[in-house]
Write a protein that binds this ligand. Structure first.
Ligand SMILES: Cc1cc2nc3c(=O)[nH]c(=O)nc-3n(C[C@H](O)[C@H](O)[C@H](O)COP(=O)(O)OP(=O)(O)OC[C@H]3O[C@@H](n4cnc5c(N)ncnc54)[C@H](O)[C@@H]3O)c2cc1C
Length: 400
């Protein structure tokens, strides 16, 4: 048997924030196979900027195969269709079978439609680079069209508000463009302090923007959005930002008890159903629920890699200790909010901070060991440095 054959086999399913972090922290003493259907790592927290054209797809993507190979592992481009944990093997959409001693599941979530009629066919999801590029193109074409036109954003959470900000960045001077944002909950940005709702509303004052809260959407047709109040909104483009739900694979593989349930894990991120599986990132349901955020996904990836190595050596596992970070919410070029607990600082200049976090984390994921990455990294850091030169008159507005 060769040395490679003798190494413990670890399969990582999904390679965005959580899966890639796990792969990068797994040592070469393991034979690691990383599987994802898409060739690109995608930086999702900034995809709203594709809607206005502020960013291009290439700004937000890194080639997965290169990142995985650089960590010393094998990348397989495919969708995992089943995980048979008791047998220690998984199957891919390309018909491949991959055998593992340990599996790390990092599949993230899928678009949550809440079963609302017509969403799948008539609303545009907002979850990937390609989807946001398509939305950007569609809005561009609408804006050029003569006569009144309207866009409806469904969902007033982080994604919906950031999408609205990008529409205003690019199209706020298009007088015959009406924008509505509909949120079922009582206020915008339910994950942030209440005064952010007022701040967003004040930025929308005097513009062709309707903010409707406390009203659910009950159906979406090609040209209309039906509200729970009975009102019909005209819509040439309906953007759906309804959040995420668990992918079918979790339930189908026995990692979750019912469809739509996130996979329950222990404090050490080990599946509560199978000892040879860890579940990380958005896909995991921790004993104490955690916000589904990219920085937590990265942290769970690092922890699972360490625990996988420990498990294979029969050592005790380490509990995952989340390290919260301030949340940065962009509202186009009109404002950026930094939220830390109940404290909020607002300033358009904070966009530079969001940009720096993005550029620096991308650089960390793709460091310039490979000469081909060097020009990209220099350009990113130069941009970050320029934007970080915050003017002395930074507006510090304590909203809460
Ligand atoms: C529009 C938007 C804005 C956001 N803004 C922020 C923000 O400002 N700050 C923040 O911290 N977080 C933000 N988030 C949340 C953040 O992006 C997620 O928490 C993070 O992406 C979760 O990482 P993950 O690796 O668990 O899952 P994902 O990033 O969703 O990655 C899952 C990966 O698994 C792959 N996969 C899925 N199924 C399979 C399968 N069957 N076989 C193989 N591979 C599979 C997918 O292709 C994907 O690459 C935002 C999300 C969105 C959509």
């Amino acid at each position: 048997m060769t040395r490679r054959d003798a190494r413990p086999r670890i399969a990582v399913v999904g390679a965005n924030f959580a899966g890639l972090a796990a792969a990068r922290h797994l040592g070469r003493e393991h034979a690691v196979t990383v599987i994802d259907p898409s060739p690109w790592f995608e930086w999702l927290p900034n995809i709203h900027e594709l809607v206005s054209g502020e960013k291009r797809p290439a700004d937000l993507r890194l080639p997965r195969a290169r990142l995985v190979r650089r960590a010393g592992h094998r990348f397989v481009r495919a969708n995992v269709t089943s995980i048979d944990a008791p047998a220690g093997r998984l199957t891919t959409s390309t018909g491949r079978r991959i055998v593992f001693d340990l599996c790390i599941v990092a599949t993230g979530g899928v678009n949550e439609t809440f079963g609302v009629r017509g969403v799948d066919r008539n609303a545009w999801p907002f979850k990937s680079v390609d989807e946001c590029v398509r939305i950007g193109r569609r809005i561009g074409a609408l804006a050029r069209r003569k006569g009144r036109k309207s866009v409806v954003i469904v969902g007033g959470g982080l994604e919906g508000v950031e999408a609205l900000g990008e529409l205003l960045r690019r199209y706020r001077d298009v007088e015959d463009l009406d924008i509505s944002l509909v949120e079922a909950g009582p206020r915008l940005l339910p994950e942030a302090p209440p005064k952010l709702d007022a701040a967003v509303r004040s930025h929308c004052g005097g513009r062709n923007v309707r903010l409707l809260t406390g009203i659910p959407v009950t159906a979406v047709t090609p040209k209309r959005v039906r509200l729970g109040s009975g009102e019909l909104l005209r819509s040439d483009l309906t953007i759906w930002t309804g959040g995420v739900s668990a992918p079918a694979l979790l339930h189908e593989s026995g990692l979750a008890d019912r469809p739509g349930q996130w996979a329950p894990v222990t404090d050490a991120l080990r599946s509560r159903r199978y000892d040879n599986v860890f579940v990380i990132g958005d896909a995991a349901a921790l004993p104490r629920p955690l916000a589904k955020q990219a920085y937590y996904a990265l942290q769970t990836g690092a922890c699972a890699a360490e625990n996988a190595a420990r498990a294979l050596k029969g050592r005790a596992l380490r509990d995952f200790r989340p390290s919260p970070k301030p949340m940065l919410i962009a509202f186009g070029d009109l404002d950026t909010f930094l939220v830390s607990g109940r404290t909020v600082i607002a300033s358009p200049k904070l966009a530079a901070l969001k940009e720096a976090v993005f550029q620096l984390t991308m650089a960390e994921l793709d460091p310039p060991l490979d000469p081909r990455a060097l020009p990209g990294l220099s350009a990113r850091l130069a941009r970050a440095a320029t934007r970080m030169a915050l003017p002395a008159g930074l507006r510090r507005m304590l909203l809460s």
